[in-house]
Design a protein around this ligand. Structure first.
Ligand code: SF4
Ligand code: FES
Length: 246
């Protein structure tokens, strides 16, 4: 396959950025999207040009490091899929693909396609933890939690903190990310100690970081690679108001 790429290049946080045209030749449909970019970078380095900076780590859809907007969609066209798990068979020979970084004030561009997502770390540090000693893993059958509740909590725990929800939201809201963590803990006994303070602290930190609010339009849910539902945001809002009125 031969592809025409328009890739965001930006030398640093304060430099002006622009889309630069590249041609990716000899791309196998079996390559992942990031492997395709690796091939482009090999060509750039061989010519003495600077490689395109982009984030990745596990390349297995687990770590949440990869963060590309492909043709205007965070993580690209496949639903429930991180961009590292997107494959080139999804595209056609001759296609033009535009590749940009997450765009949000709270996620400033570091270089090219790499953004600084440490704001998420600070939100987690503000309240996304439990203080109780949970000990070793007990036998699953001894845990007195209804299966539906434990499954809802574990589905929320699936959030990988990638930030696609923020990138897709016109308000750059971090609500889906926060609601995943708040739901995970609010549903389980281990999360009850900080239940009220957690939701208040996380939302306060998100406001301080410059994330916007939620206008309930669902772009976040549509791009979330772990398919975290926006019903979690409704739960977080209930948790917030209950905590505010205490
Ligand atoms: S809620 Fe989904 S899109 Fe948002 S950070 Fe978590 S995994 Fe990524
Ligand atoms: S590189 Fe880890 S989720 Fe994509």
């Amino acid at each position: 396959m031969k592809l025409n790429l328009k890739i965001w290049r930006q030398a640093g946080p304060t430099a002006a950025g622009r889309l630069v045209d590249y041609v990716a030749d000899g791309v196998s449909p079996d390559m992942s999207f990031l492997e395709m970019l690796d091939v482009v970078n090999e060509g750039l380095v061989a010519r003495g040009d600077e490689a395109i900076a982009f984030d990745s780590d596990c390349r297995e859809g687990i770590c949440g490091m990869c963060s590309l907007v492909v043709d205007g969609v965070a993580h690209g066209p496949d639903r429930g899929t991180t961009v590292c798990q997107l494959h080139m068979r999804r595209f056609k020979d001759g296609d033009t693909i535009t590749i940009e970084p997450w765009r949000a004030k709270a996620f400033p561009v570091v270089k090219d396609l790499v953004v600084d997502r440490s704001a998420f770390d600070r939100i987690i540090a503000a309240g996304g933890y439990v203080s109780v000693n949970t000990g070793g893993a007990p036998d699953g059958n001894t845990i007195p939690i209804a299966k539906t509740v434990s499954e809802a909590a574990m589905d929320s725990a699936a959030c990988i903190g990638c930030g696609a929800c923020v990138a897709a939201c016109k308000n750059a809201s971090a609500h889906l990310f926060m609601s995943a963590k708040v739901s995970h803990f609010a549903l389980l006994p281990q999360g009850q100690v900080e239940r009220a303070t957690r939701v208040l602290a996380m939302i306060r930190q998100a406001d301080a970081e410059g994330f916007g609010s939620c206008s309930n339009e669902g772009e976040c849910e549509a791009v979330c690679p772990k398919e975290i539902p926006i019903s979690n945001i409704a739960r977080m809002t209930r948790e917030f108001w209950k905590a505010s009125l205490r």
